[in-house]
Design a protein around this ligand. Structure first.
Ligand code: NDP
Length: 303
């Protein structure tokens, strides 16, 4: 392309030209993230490490987008031909009417964390649950297990649906907001073969007997956000329980620390983060990425 000339590149993502970038091409392809608060989100270092390791001229821009600016941000990404973008709290559900279409799993979950520009159309996908499942499977096969999930937001919906799709026996949803909790349990019952139940989050909630794994999929535990401690009876955790958290900043949350003290097997949010990042990069570029480089980049920023 000559200086000031019109780009001959097709609109949207087209993996075939991404890696033929030469020194004369000054146009980086763009990806990124819309969330708030955004300053504690380490995804940028992980994804840019993957692009660098693969020698791709693609950037990942971490942006602070407030709820009332989400629609403008989505239209902006489309106008600028971004390859796609991630969404984090609180945008995963509200973004849906702003998109051109949904992939299959995102449509069941009703939550989008990864948008892919396919020929100029913004299509919502969900990589959270798939990333969670890959990390969870390294510790416990969810088939025929009873799994309790704290939360009913975007991350919880993604995790619950993926666990149900791989034949978890029962999903128990515990959430402050009953309407959101009931709705998620109903989705699982109606769209998968798993049993599902919403249970009211009473103060000092005790994890019931018979639960194989408890997952914190709320925002509780994040630095500077929603408090550090789940309102649960930590003495209901025992050594046969798997205790899992989605929080990455910090990864060793209060919930995981209390679990470890009582001999439970713990899973932090970092494995989920790396795996969902790899799945997103594959959607945007068609490429597999360097898992070790991504994890190393996260470790270097010491989250
Ligand atoms: P949402 O805003 O969609 O949902 C937030 C959830 O947290 C809701 O269920 C809400 O309950 C609950 N919640 C908030 N404050 C409290 C509180 N004080 N006590 C109990 N429950 C509370 O957020 P997301 O689902 O998108 O994200 C949740 C977390 O998951 C974030 O911290 C995010 O960073 C993390 N995450 C990590 C990933 C990883 O790869 N490790 C991937 C995706 C997300 P209510 O409905 O009652 O308001």
């Amino acid at each position: 392309m000559g200086a000031g000339g019109r780009s001959s590149l097709p609109r949207g993502s087209a993996p075939s030209y991404i890696w033929s970038v030469t020194k004369q091409n000054f146009l980086s392809k763009l990806t990124g993230s819309f969330s708030t608060p955004a300053d504690g989100n380490p995804t940028v270092v992980m994804v840019e490490a993957a692009f660098k390791a693969a020698n791709l001229n693609i950037r990942y821009i971490n942006t602070e987008v407030f709820p009332d600016g989400l629609h403008a941000a989505v239209l902006g990404a489309k106008a600028m031909n971004w390859l796609g973008f991630n969404l984090s709290a609180p945008h995963k559900v509200k973004v849906i009417p702003m998109l051109d279409g949904l992939g299959e799993s995102a449509s069941i979950m009703g939550a989008v964390n990864c948008v892919v520009n396919r020929d100029g159309k913004l299509i919502g996908e969900n990589t959270d649950g798939k990333g969670f499942l890959k990390a969870f499977n390294e510790v416990l096969d969810p088939k025929d297990k009873t799994i309790l999930i704290f939360g009913a937001g975007g991350a919880a919906r993604a995790i619950a649906v993926e666990l149900a799709l791989v034949q978890a026996k029962k999903i128990i949803i515990v959430n402050r907001n009953a309407e959101r909790g009931e709705d998620l349990a109903k989705t699982i019952r109606e769209r998968t073969t798993a049993e599902a139940e919403y249970v009211n989050w009473t103060p000092k909630f005790a994890i019931p007997a018979g639960v194989d794994a408890a997952v914190n999929a709320t925002t509780v535990g994040m630095d500077q956000f929603d408090g550090k401690e789940l309102d649960i009876d930590f003495d209901s955790i025992h050594s046969n329980l798997v205790v899992s958290d989605v929080i990455v900043n910090p990864p060793n949350t209060h919930f995981l620390q209390e679990g470890a003290k009582r001999g439970a097997t713990t899973i932090d949010g970092l494995g989920m983060l790396v795996y969902q990042g790899m799945i997103g990069i594959k959607y945007w570029t068609g490429l597999d990425s360097d898992q070790a480089a991504m994890r190393k980049a996260l470790e270097e920023v010491n989250i």
